[in-house]
Design a protein around this ligand. Structure first.
Ligand code: PLP
Length: 262
């Protein structure tokens, strides 16, 4: 008897430095026992020191990649990452119509740790209008949530208010508070029906955190592909990230912001 691994599709950008984007997603899927497939939205020339160039893939080619995977490999979950242009966001929303049964984890990637913009300003509106409503979960960090919410988010109470407000046009929001430096890291899950939950874990000091956001959303997608509920997938995804930060803190890769190791 043949058996199959759960298939996961990532729709995201390539990081030539191997730390974030498609490369992080595929490594995460493999590490978690899934078969990873990809639709590449952009190619970035980058390393651990920063992003040097961004080349968007033509929208029709992105659509073809998504259709080729959906029609044959039947992914059990989809992760969406870097989308540079509004045209790409529109095309991806169209390509995913009719696949509402597949959980979609959307990481609204905007700015790299190095400060490089990974999204055009006008894309944010299209992302929110066309792709957020298709997502099972969106996973903004504090900076991304502040752009979407339109206000600064200085503490955990404000995170809860902002996350709830953002469920206005999506099913659920995991607002990642890792950039609020303290003894603990707080992430807030808000669901459309009005509930919020705060997850807390010890803050782990490491300079190897490039690609953390990509990896978390990929891990949540992988766990959901294996049948976990959204809540279970978030709990296991956070634990996976904590381990990757903990065990990767002594590794030297490149001369800048080192990648997660998993
Ligand atoms: N490059 C690509 C292609 C990405 O998708 C992302 C992330 O989300 C990044 C870079 C940024 O990664 P980080 O903010 O962890 O440096």
């Amino acid at each position: 008897m043949k058996y199959r691994y759960p298939v996961v599709l990532t729709i995201a950008g390539s990081d030539s430095g191997g730390g974030a984007g498609i490369q992080a997603d595929l490594k995460t899927f493999s590490a978690l026992g899934c078969f990873g497939t990809s639709a590449i939205t952009a190619i970035t020339a980058q390393n651990t020191l920063g992003v040097r160039g961004i080349h968007s893939i033509p929208a029709d080619m992105v659509r073809q990649q998504i259709e080729a995977v959906l029609e044959d490999l039947q992914p059990a979950a989809i992760k969406i990452g870097m989308i540079h242009t509004a045209e790409l966001a529109t095309t991806i929303a169209q390509a995913l119509q009719g696949y509402q049964q597949i959980p979609i984890i959307l990481d609204p990637v905007m700015v790299a740790t190095s400060g490089a913009r990974l999204i055009e300003e006008t894309t944010v509106h299209t992302l929110r209008e066309l792709l957020f409503p298709l997502a099972t979960l969106i996973t903004p960090n504090l900076d991304e949530a502040a752009v979407l919410y339109g206000q600064n988010i200085p503490d955990v109470a404000a995170m809860q208010t902002a996350a709830l407000a953002l469920t206005h046009n999506c099913n659920a929001v995991l607002l990642k508070g890792g950039h609020l430096k303290g003894e603990k890291v707080f992430d807030v899950l808000a669901q459309k029906e009005g509930s919020t939950e705060v997850f807390a874990s010890p803050y782990i000091e490491s300079s190897n955190v490039h690609g953390t956001g990509c990896t978390l959303s990929a891990a949540i997608a992988a766990y959901m592909a294996q049948g976990a509920s959204l809540h279970e997938a978030i709990v296991m995804g956070r634990a996976f990230i904590a381990n990757a930060i903990q065990y990767g803190s002594d590794v030297q890769t490149g001369r800048g912001n080192g990648p997660l190791n998993h």
